[in-house]
Design a protein around this ligand. Structure first.
Ligand SMILES: *Cc1c(COP(=O)(O)O)cnc(C)c1O
Length: 387
């Protein structure tokens, strides 16, 4: 047996193998898998915008006007008016001087961190920061420090010790998320802002799961708390609540100039299709005025919170912790057999022993679907308790 076969076999024995499944997304949060139609509680399409008629129309129009591909990298001739317009809309919505669009959120993290940091700088990350933020920090060559999840005291201790040992001119960047993707909990933003100001650090906050969901105009946690001015690097993806694809950073013109000159994930790749940028601009416009969709989502969050014994549901992500990989997988399979997609999330995505069902809510769901899935989840929890 060769090395790769052995490695896959080990994963299999630990219930950790993964595979790709094909499915077609339909109306009302349904997906059509192998023959059957299922209700999807796994997507990040929090407002149901991925099938919004106005965005589909925008994609068609922009494709007819600009073609399907952008033909070159952003710095050569790949920047279309659609890219420029999108960046203006994002900057305006985020109350920032400027914004820069990337092909996706992953590339954004890589580009931002590698262009703003190098070996003499320090990147301080929350323990639960997304893989792309960790990869970006690693690729930058900066010193990496990690603080326990949402622990501001430990963050302060790191800031203090790093500030003392750093040479003048070296940069500290704190990297957090507004809503953490596996637990759905929020960061203590106000306290972190106070610390980054006290220690002269820059703050990068990834709003991947906050955009569209939080804030009066759906601009995320920073907007909700009136702190958009305080986050120097407001990052996000256009692939979740925004319904399309892409990544953005909203920041000062100076920081944007640095990225345009140094971000390899922007420079050495073909610009995203103009239609993708046009959809993103239209989507930001939609999200700003989507109070009806957000209040629908809020009513689902309140329902789940109550039904599961008053647990806190501060975002669209509801983790249901099971523990063992096998038990989490079995629960997910039972739910699928009953017509609902609720994925099991296992190590290494989450710590060992905290395998879970990860249920995500969307304004595209109906109250009936939400009530049904919660009833089934409760049955699974009882089954697991009984062993
Ligand atoms: C999904 C996600 C990303 C990556 O965004 P893509 O556009 O899908 O590449 C980045 N950060 C967080 C926290 C995410 O959840």
């Amino acid at each position: 047996m060769n090395r790769y076969q052995e490695e896959l076999q080990r994963l299999e024995q630990a219930h950790l193998t993964r595979s790709l499944k094909t499915s077609v997304r339909g109306e009302s949060a349904t997906i059509r898998g192998e023959g059957d139609t299922l209700v999807d509680f796994s997507s990040n399409d929090y407002l149901g915008l991925s099938r919004h008629p106005r965005l589909i129309e925008t994609a068609i129009r922009a494709t007819e006007r600009y073609g399907v591909g952008s033909g070159a990298s952003r710095l050569i001739s790949g920047t279309s008016p659609a890219h420029a317009e999108c960046e203006e809309v994002v900057a305006e919505c985020k109350q920032a001087e400027s914004a820069l669009l990337f092909a996706n959120g992953y590339m954004t993290a890589l580009g931002v961190l590698t262009s703003l940091c190098s070996k003499d700088d320090v990147i301080i990350l929350d323990k639960l920061a997304h893989a792309c933020l960790i990869d970006g920090a690693r690729a930058s060559g900066a010193r990496m420090r990690v603080f326990p999840h949402n622990n501001v005291n430990r963050l302060e201790a790191l800031l203090k010790s790093e500030r003392e040992r750093l040479s003048a001119g070296a940069q500290i960047i704190i990297v957090i998320e507004s809503v953490y993707s596996m637990d759905g909990d929020l960061c203590p933003l106000a306290e972190i802002v106070r610390l980054k100001n006290e220690y002269g650090a820059l703050l990068l906050m990834d709003e991947a799961h906050g955009l569209g969901v939080l804030g009066p105009c759906g601009m995320g946690l920073a907007e909700e708390l009136g702190l958009q001015d305080e986050v120097e690097l407001q990052m996000g993806t256009l692939g979740k609540a925004a319904g399309g694809a892409g990544g953005y950073i909203a920041c000062s013109r100076l920081l944007r100039d640095m990225m345009v000159n140094k971000a390899r994930s922007l420079i050495f790749t073909t610009a995203p299709p103009p239609a993708q940028a046009a959809v993103a601009a239209a989507s930001f416009d939609l999200m700003r005025s989507a109070q009806d969709l957000r209040s629908r989502l809020t009513s689902f969050r309140e329902y789940v919170s109550q039904a599961l014994g008053g647990i806190d549901v501060p975002s669209a992500i509801c983790p249901i912790i099971i523990g063992e990989n096998g038990a989490a997988l079995a629960a997910s399979t039972h739910l699928r057999d009953a017509g609902f997609v609720v994925p099991a999330v296992r190590y290494p995505t989450v710590p060992r022993g905290s395998a879970r069902l990860r249920l995500t809510l969307s304004a595209a769901h109906t109250m009936e679907q939400v009530a049904q899935v919660i009833e089934l989840v409760q049955l699974e929890l009882v089954r697991i308790q009984r062993g």
